[in-house]
Design a protein around this ligand. Structure first.
Ligand code: FES
Length: 592
């Protein structure tokens, strides 16, 4: 008898089910496993939620089902797993009527967005890559805006780790890139960001929130105090001071000025990471909302007060005392900015960048001072520094040790961070950004110290008369060739030539950035690679498709190509999750 019950499909007779113990129902829906156990009938997705192995090949015992591939165990009644790494198996309604078994092949949740939000929290808490991937996919499929996922993950990371970390940096970098990513890359970006935040929090003590002072001193006092507490490495005092500044309702620009003043009291602290993390915390708040400032900003204080400054490093002291040079130049800044012509539109960024790449630190300092006298504002200096640092990467000689890429990277991402912070601070308060400019002086000296990385300099494709017409001209063919390059090691120069080709032919910049993001997101990339792409896209935005903009993206692709390919294990997890979520079969079901 095949009398349809609305929405149900017939699985078979109860007699047959009892005899066989299990049946598999195929159709336009996902395969459904129907199990008879101790007088009850259960219906479950037949694909193991772990990696899709057919569950009808598993064992049923005492109300539980065991998958025979990696031996994950599930409660038959609810589908809940006893092994968290495998995830829960979806169930659907089953009924017995007149000796016939019927199932309703519907696996959706009453509130899918809420369900997948909870699952993302579960995946983050237990560092379950597959659960994270499915939850991200589920939220996007339920129409949750990608920035909401970023916010959920960011708040998890802020609360479950005692300080800012690589994971939050990666998440923020990817959050910044979301507007230029196509749908497929959005899923991968959120997954990669979330799994790195989860990994960062694994085994860490949760954050203990401090509170603001009961008084509300003015910002000048709070800045003075924050610098003092940073100098003596008094974390609690520094956090309470910062929280008090937040509680006064200080603007993001004022908070940036406050933190940058303290951060730059040590030169190039922690190889630039301290300032870079501070900038990323600000960018994170731009993404998740400034109402979370009192939770997010204190996360950078621990590293800031503990950081080692370059003044403790021999290379910064001998044979030339670069710290003394910075101190002398810093002392001149108030007068230089006071005398700066009150003009807008200083535009010699590229020329200043070339001067910053010089071999003489005194001349480098002189170039910065001359730029201020000629009308450059603080963020102009930051922009030139960032472009110069990008050129270090673009011209990185491959005869260097591979680890030296990181030296060049540190200067570039630091330079981008100081540029972004100076832009945020702005020029409204002409006294307020003087200390922050110390960061430019330090960055210029870090750039100087990395000059050996360009000896000999790599050629920048497209420079001079170097032809590129041996490469494809069609945009799609160039992008395919670029992805192919990332499948092989040591293809730094070819990758750079393809990017130069794409840009000089005037093809879509957004498509090129999307393909660079794709190339990054499919790798098990280190956090430096995410920083470079994020910083490169930001800096390209300053210049557009000009020679300078092209150099910046060439710098990015050279760095990425130097670190590819990896094992791509995380991509495999993301792919499995996606196929499971879309209802596809990952394994041939021989019982079909
Ligand atoms: S436990 Fe079922 S596929 Fe791994």
């Amino acid at each position: 008898m095949d009398t349809p019950i609305t929405g149900f499909v017939r699985a078979g007779s109860l007699e047959e089910l009892k005899a066989k113990g299990r049946l598999v129902v195929h159709g336009p829906h996902r395969p459904i496993l129907v199990v008879h156990d101790k007088g009850r009938v259960f219906a479950l997705d037949n694909r193991c939620p772990h990696m899709g192995f057919p569950l009808d090949r598993g064992s049923v015992e005492d109300g539980t089902l065991t998958c025979h591939w990696h031996h994950a165990r599930f409660d038959l009644a609810s589908g809940c797993t006893f092994d968290l790494w495998a995830d829960d198996v979806p169930t659907c309604p089953a009924e017995v009527r007149d000796g016939e078994v019927w199932v309703r092949p519907v696996f959706c949740h009453a509130d899918p967005a809420a369900h997948w939000r909870q699952r993302l929290d579960d995946g983050l808490a237990h560092v379950l890559g597959l659960v994270i991937a499915k939850a991200v996919h589920g939220q996007l499929a339920a129409g949750v805006p990608p920035p909401d996922v970023v916010r959920q993950v960011a708040l998890f990371g802020i609360q479950n780790r005692d300080g800012w970390g690589d994971g939050l940096t990666i998440l923020t970098a990817l959050g910044n890139l979301l507007p230029v990513l196509p749908e497929e890359e959005t899923y991968l970006a959120l997954f990669q960001g979330a799994r790195r935040v989860a990994a960062d929090c694994d085994g860490q003590a949760p954050r203990r929130q401090r509170v603001a002072l009961a008084s509300r001193p003015d910002l000048a006092t709070l800045k003075r105090w924050l610098r003092r507490w940073t100098a003596v490495r008094h974390r609690e005092a520094a956090e309470r001071t910062l929280l008090t500044a937040v509680a006064t309702g200080a603007s993001p620009a004022a908070l940036a000025d406050l933190l940058l003043a303290a951060d730059t009291d040590r030169a190039f602290a922690d190889g630039g990471h301290s300032l870079d993390f501070t900038n990323k915390a600000f960018e994170c708040l731009d993404l998740i909302g400034w109402e979370h400032a009192n939770a997010a900003l204190p996360t950078v204080v621990g590293q800031m007060v503990a950081a080692r400054g370059a003044e403790e490093s021999t290379a910064w002291r001998q044979p030339i005392d670069l710290i003394a040079l910075c101190t002398e130049a810093a002392a001149e800044l108030p007068d230089l900015f006071a005398a700066r012509p009150n003009m807008h539109g200083w535009s010699d960024h590229a020329a200043l960048a070339r001067a910053l790449l010089g071999d003489h630190p005194v001349a480098i300092m002189d170039a910065l001072k001359a730029a201020i006298r000629a009308g450059a504002i603080a963020s102009d200096l930051g922009r030139s520094l960032a472009y110069a640092a990008a050129l270090r990467l673009a011209r990185f000689g491959t005869a260097n040790e591979h680890a030296d890429w990181e030296t060049a990277h540190h200067v570039f991402t630091y330079a981008n961070a100081i540029h972004q912070m100076l832009k945020r601070i702005g020029t409204a308060d002409r006294d307020g950004h003087i200390e922050a400019v110390h960061g430019v002086l330090h960055g210029a000296m870090a750039l100087y110290l990395a000059r050996y990385l360009n000896v000999p300099p790599a050629r920048i494709p497209g420079e001079g008369s170097e032809p590129l017409d041996d490469l494809p001209a069609n945009a799609e063919e160039i992008r395919v060739a670029l992805l192919d390059v990332f499948d092989r090691q040591r293809q730094v120069d070819l990758a750079a030539r393809l990017v130069a080709r794409h840009l000089t032919l005037g093809h879509s910049v957004q498509s090129l950035i999307a393909i660079l993001a794709r190339a990054l997101l499919r790798e098990d990339a280190g956090f430096h690679a995410y920083q470079v792409l994020d910083a490169g896209v930001r800096q390209f935005g300053e210049w557009g498709n000009t020679d300078e903009g092209r150099h910046i993206l060439i710098a990015v692709v050279r760095f990425l190509a130097a670190h590819s390919p990896t094992e791509r294990a995380e991509l495999q997890t993301a792919d499995i999750a996606q196929r499971l979520m879309r209802g596809g079969e990952l394994h041939q079901d021989t019982t079909a």
